[in-house]
Design a protein around this ligand. Structure first.
Ligand SMILES: NC(=O)c1ccc[n+]([C@@H]2O[C@H](COP(=O)([O-])OP(=O)(O)OC[C@H]3O[C@@H](n4cnc5c(N)ncnc54)[C@H](OP(=O)(O)O)[C@@H]3O)[C@@H](O)[C@H]2O)c1
Length: 430
């Protein structure tokens, strides 16, 4: 049998992992694919970098873009990263040249997913990206193929290991966000510039792709409502615990009467749900299908091994001639779903206020909430303020419309007795 001839563009964490896995598992991969998987060429930025990976007889391509048109290459693995520049040019060129593409690049797919799927179909090549969402968890394949018999009402999950690690550490140690972030950076769990992760962008990229596969719709990253975890405090974690919740950065997508709702933000999740116990750098995805019910997928969402595992699974499919529509249906049939406005979202909320300990404060708060027709399910206040420093008061609301809640919080924030901006975290019913 002819081998599948692979070019790997990018030899960083993921690219090195892919080369190593292809080398170490060559025998089982050949058996499963029905033919050998062979790395024929590689490329990266710096040829002189020491990489310690088994490159065998693979040639080094000085200009990665040339991998797209090389006559000895069947499939290009793009693991450079970034939504523009070298990665984007390479993927477009490879498809145009009739090469299959496997990529782990969530930023690229979040911005160009539907367009790339359309181009790949026209060119008759595969566009595969299992590694782009939840790393080693084969959730795209599961939703698209294993669960093809279902309509999904909702998919959600923990899609960013850095945030999950930080929130888990804050809960385990009682320390604040800044301190735990600094430690995560020192251990290599967070980037030197962590904003993509902690501000929710990375999770939003993955959610947009996940929603595209689950709901067979054109990826619409711009419509994702995104909030990160910078404002989650040690006090929030303690209060959440007392109320029977954990705080997680969730990415959620659902389709309702208003269209497709996609949101990434910190959530209080009930302690007795599976997702509440997904800790550290782990990821999890939950899908709710009409015939199958709920499925929970958990595993490692990043790192060389898990990500390479997903990339190589795509390569085995290509080698064996198995092909699925990138987003579950032909690209021309992808739905263009309207974006459900966040102001119409309805849900319960946790609100933490720092207030001066004076008579009448609670009456003022509840009057504002009453004006917005928001009713309170419970309230927590511990201790008494010393001097003017205030005391934390925590309110849990019944279901309320987002627009009403933001009006109420903005009025509450202007009360003289409220000495810090109100903090609101949504409560999810899972
Ligand atoms: N790391 C993970 O756990 C993980 C998980 C899921 C998905 N991903 C995705 O996988 C992709 C790669 O991530 P990574 O962590 O492996 O990144 P990385 O460690 O930074 O590696 C990037 C590689 O791309 C090469 N490169 C950068 N710019 C280039 C250019 N202009 N031309 C040619 N080569 C260039 C670099 O070359 P040099 O080595 O010569 O500098 C390096 O080998 C990204 O899209 C990322 O989002 C990563």
């Amino acid at each position: 049998m002819q081998p599948l001839r692979i070019a790997v563009a990018g030899l960083g964490t993921v690219g090195s992992g892919v080369v190593r896995l292809l080398h170490e598992q060559a025998d089982i991969l050949a058996a499963r694919a029905g033919r050998p998987l062979q790395v024929v060429a590689v490329g990266a930025r710096n040829r002189r970098k020491q990489r310690k990976i088994p490159l065998g007889r693979a040639r080094w391509e000085g200009e990665v873009l040339d991998l797209a048109t090389a006559s000895d290459v069947d499939v290009v693995v793009e693991v450079i990263g970034g939504s523009e520049g070298a990665a984007s040019e390479l993927v477009h060129a490879a498809i145009a040249a009739g090469k299959h593409v496997v990529t782990a690049n969530k930023a690229l797919l979040a911005h160009q997913g539907a367009d790339l799927a359309r181009r790949a179909e026209r060119a008759g090549v595969a566009l595969a990206f299992e590694a782009a969402v939840a790393g080693g968890i084969p959730v795209l394949k599961a939703l698209r193929e294993g669960l093809a018999g279902n309509r999904f009402s909702r998919v959600y999950g923990i899609l960013n290991g850095t945030c999950n690690y930080i929130l888990s550490e804050m809960r385990a140690t009682g320390r604040g966000f800044d301190e735990v972030l600094a430690e995560a950076q020192a251990h290599g769990y967070a980037e030197a510039d962590p904003s993509f992760d902690i501000d929710g962008i990375d999770a939003a990229h993955k959610l947009a792709i996940l929603a595209g596969v689950a709901f067979n719709c054109a990826v619409n990253f711009k419509a994702v409502h995104v909030e990160g975890i910078r404002h989650v405090s040690a006090a929030d974690i303690t209060f959440a615990n007392e109320l029977g919740f954990r705080i997680k950065l969730l990415a959620l997508a659902s389709v309702g009467a208003n269209g497709l709702e996609q949101r990434v933000h910190p959530c209080l999740v009930p302690i007795d749900t599976p997702i509440a116990h997904v800790d550290g750098v782990f990821n999890a995805v939950v899908s709710e299908g009409d015939f199958v019910g709920r499925n929970v997928f958990e595993g490692r969402g990043a790192g060389a091994g898990p990500t390479a595992s997903a990339v190589v699974a795509d390569l085995v499919d290509i080698a064996a001639g198995r092909r699925a529509w990138a987003f579950g249906v032909p690209a021309r049939d992808l739905a263009r779903l309207p974006a459900a406005p966040m102001r119409d979202h309805v849900g319960r909320c946790y609100i933490r206020l720092q207030v001066k300990d004076r008579p009448g404060v609670i009456a003022d708060l509840t009057a504002i909430l009453r004006d917005e027709k928001i009713s309170i399910e419970s309230m927590l206040q511990h201790g008494r303020a010393v001097g003017d420093e205030g005391v934390p008061v925590v309110l849990v609301s019944h279901e309320a419309r987002e627009a009403a809640m933001s009006r109420a919080l903005s009025r509450i924030g202007r009360l003289r007795a409220v000495i810090e901006p109100p903090r609101m975290i949504r409560i999810e019913s899972l």
